[in-house]
Design a protein around this ligand. Structure first.
Ligand code: PLP
Length: 393
């Protein structure tokens, strides 16, 4: 049996039609399959590899940490330098109120931790989330996911969750003095790149403050420069009470975080003590890798180049078959007339060595979210392939 057959036989499947590419190497913006075919990666592991695959500084940081220690003890007991240093770097680049970092294993665990924190801090149970939002696949995160199709088979889920329309002023009335937290992606990703207006985001912030509700912004996908500023919330002139990070946070290694004020986080130390427990959360090798990736992002000024690269993509992808291009920095989508057209384009792109992908809640939208390190030459090459695929539809 070859690797692909073994994959289908022994690795648990989540889709009847996985892409099932057998990638044997990845570097920068490229991947190679088992037959030596080279691909341009336009999805960066779903917004994970913001500094590209196997950045040499990330590899060096991993190697250095491996030479010292790997796992030592459950989260929060020992002073582990990679965690300490990374928490310091993150908080140095965040508003002063976001000064305490809880490192987790994944984005979903960050969501869970933040929801628990909100209940603990406010002594309230209600949660307001938004339609077409995605915050992870565990049961708490699933409860707030914004689409009944994905939730329904797993009921009962968390009670007292209200799903509001994103960007609707009217629906903000669902936020009351009974609401523990509102959780929103700053830019909705899986909805097919859906950004709110600045005004709405500010009224949302105000409503949370007025009702004593914690505002949790999920930047697991849109953070780390992808939208053209280090944090997406900067573009709205608001500061959340809790920030969720994941994906690019680990520089290609598994890592998530929820970040809040130290006074709020302190609630996890009492009644009960150990309010959130995680064996591997903030794994030292992952923190070392993530910190190196963030330093690369800052030193190479990758964020500054995002808007220019976005414009280059937009100018090269104008085509009569594309109904619209929605983008916020290097989080982009091509909107087609149907799922069928989208499938043809995605399949043709992969056959022609460009990797693009779907969104969860937008079947007619093609995802483009490359490493932020992508060069103008690589953008031109990838776009010429996409346009050729569109011409041949
Ligand atoms: N939040 C957002 C916006 C995401 O896009 C994702 C993953 O796609 C998550 C949360 C969950 O992260 P993870 O898959 O690491 O649990």
């Amino acid at each position: 049996m070859n690797q692909r057959e073994l994959f289908l036989k022994h690795v648990a499947q989540t889709s009847p039609a996985p892409l099932a590419l057998e990638i044997v190497k990845a570097e920068g913006c490229n991947m190679w399959d088992a037959k030596g075919k080279e691909y341009i990666d336009l999805i960066a592991g779903i917004s994970v590899c913001n500094v590209g695959h196997r950045h040499p500084k990330v590899l060096a940081a991993i190697q250095q940490q491996l030479d010292k220690y790997m796992h030592l003890i459950v989260y929060g007991e020992f002073v582990e330098t990679p965690q300490v240093q990374y928490a310091k770097l993150l908080t140095d680049h965040l508003p002063a109120s976001l000064n305490s970092v809880y490192f987790t294993n994944s984005g979903a665990e960050a969501t869970e931790g933040a929801m628990k924190l909100a209940k603990r801090v406010t002594n309230r149970a209600e949660i307001v989330a938004f339609k077409n939002s995605y915050h992870g696949s565990t049961q708490g995160a699933l409860s707030i996911m914004g689409d009944e199709y994905w939730r329904n088979a797993f009921r009962p889920l968390l009670p007292a969750v209200h799903h509001a329309n994103y960007n609707s002023f009217e629906d903000l009335s669902l936020i009351t003095t009974k609401t523990a937290c509102v959780i929103a992606e700053t830019i909705q990703a899986e909805a097919g790149v859906n950004a709110p207006t600045k005004e709405w985001m500010q009224v949302l912030r105000q409503r949370c403050t007025e009702t004593g509700t914690l505002l949790i912004l999920d930047e697991i996908q849109c953070g780390f420069g992808r939208n053209g500023t280090l944090w997406a919330f900067e573009q709205f002139d608001v500061v959340p009470d809790v920030l969720l990070l994941g994906k690019a946070l680990g520089g290609g290694m598994p890592l998530g975080a929820f970040i809040a004020n130290r006074e709020l986080m302190w609630k996890f130390t009492e009644n009960p003590v150990l309010g959130h427990i995680s064996t591997f959360g903030g794994h030292p090798v992952c923190c070392a890798a993530g910190m190196a990736a963030m330093q690369v992002l800052l030193e190479e000024k990758l964020v500054d180049a995002v808007f220019e690269k976005e414009q280059l993509f937009r100018s090269l992808l104008q085509h009569p078959k594309v109904e619209a291009i929605r983008s916020r920095g290097l989080m982009m989508t091509l909107v087609f007339d149907s799922f069928e057209t989208n499938k043809k384009v995605i399949d043709a792109c992969i056959a022609n060595s460009v990797i693009t992908d779907w969104f969860l809640f937008a079947a007619n939208c093609l995802r483009i979210a490359p490493p932020l390190t992508i060069t103008k030459e690589e953008i031109k090459k990838a776009c010429s392939v996409i346009v050729r695929c569109l011409d041949e539809l």
